[in-house]
Unconditional design. Structure first.
Length: 317
């Protein structure tokens, strides 16, 4: 259960999250990875400025049990990508760092990818104009060539802070405007059009059960990231409970213990559930991580922990 204290003392905790870790993202803009060398260099810079928090130290800090003696950092990885096992793990071992890996489970038990990763792959492998043509060919008429409202344009800017306006609006349209079941089927048809089956895509993109277990055996922490990777804010209560329950049960079976750390899919304000603390209490989640930028202080709300991306790292080192 989450325990909150009110005192803010001692060191702060900087939590950094990574997604794709590979040399190149593709022929076209769609995947913006961190290379192994970049990851290693960033870890060096972090170690020069901050204490390398152990998972135990980070847990005690988050739960309000014990302050950190000095400013510290913690590394996390979202999405359960194969990159994390094949490339990131080697860099972590080199730096003697134990990290947290947040796993969506739909690829593991259904061989179906979250929609967002199909978007990334398609945009990285198709010319931007061709992507939009193919998208509008498969979208139902109601959604084809649709324009965002001014309110949604503002929301897209707040959600995708590292993209240009056109990309912000496209991503928001795909992830938050078109119903998930609609866009998921459309994207599956699009990858099939390019000769890729959903099952092969999952095998090439996500870790399998044995690889996740290997990370856990090596001392890394495995956490939850939703079953489908759908923004929690878009679910009705019963849907959200089903998504989190499946995610937790699947990882519990793999790991032999119940995961108690969670990363919210997308992680920005618009993607977080209305009552994060109640959700965490319901599933005995000790720590829940956002993508709201900033440092964490002793006594902060453990269901709304802040994290930064590599794009923001220069502000903190």
């Amino acid at each position: 259960m989450i325990k909150i204290t009110t005192k803010k003392k001692g060191g702060r905790l900087l939590i950094l999250t990574y997604h794709y870790v590979r040399e190149t993202g593709g022929q076209f803009p769609g995947i913006h990875p961190t290379s192994e060398n970049e990851l290693s260099s960033q870890l060096d810079k972090l170690k020069n400025k901050y204490h390398k928090a152990t998972l135990g130290e980070a847990s005690d800090f988050i739960l309000g049990k014990k302050p950190l003696e000095r400013d510290s950092f913690l590394i996390t990885f979202d999405d359960g990508l194969l990159d994390h096992y094949e490339f990131a793990q080697k860099v972590l071992t080199k730096h003697n760092i134990k990290a947290v890996f947040f796993i969506p489970t739909k690829p593991l038990i259904e061989s179906m990818s979250p929609a967002v990763h199909k978007i990334h792959w398609l945009r990285a492998n198709i010319q931007p104009d061709k992507f939009e043509v193919l998208l509008n060919r498969f979208l139902p008429d109601r959604w084809s060539n649709m324009e965002l409202s001014e309110q949604d344009k503002a929301r897209s800017k707040a959600m995708y802070i590292h993209d240009n306006q056109k990309t912000q609006e496209l991503k928001f349209f795909l992830n938050f405007v078109v119903p998930y079941d609609v866009i998921d089927k459309v994207l599956s048809r699009m990858i099939n059009e390019l000769g890729m089956t959903e099952s092969r895509f999952c095998q090439a993109t996500f870790m399998n059960k044995k690889q996740i277990q290997a990370l856990a055996s090596d001392g890394h922490l495995i956490g939850m990231h939703g079953h489908t990777h759908v923004p929690f804010s878009s679910f009705k209560n019963s849907q959200l409970e089903e998504d989190v329950s499946i995610n937790q049960a699947c990882l519990s079976e793999f790991l032999g213990e119940i995961p108690r750390w969670l990363s919210y899919p997308y992680g920005r304000d618009d993607a977080i559930p209305k009552d994060p603390s109640s959700l965490c209490r319901l599933y005995n989640i000790d720590a829940a991580f956002t993508l709201i930028s900033g440092m964490n202080y002793f006594g902060d709300e453990a269901s709304m922990l802040k994290r930064i991306t590599p794009n923001e790292l220069s502000r903190f080192i």
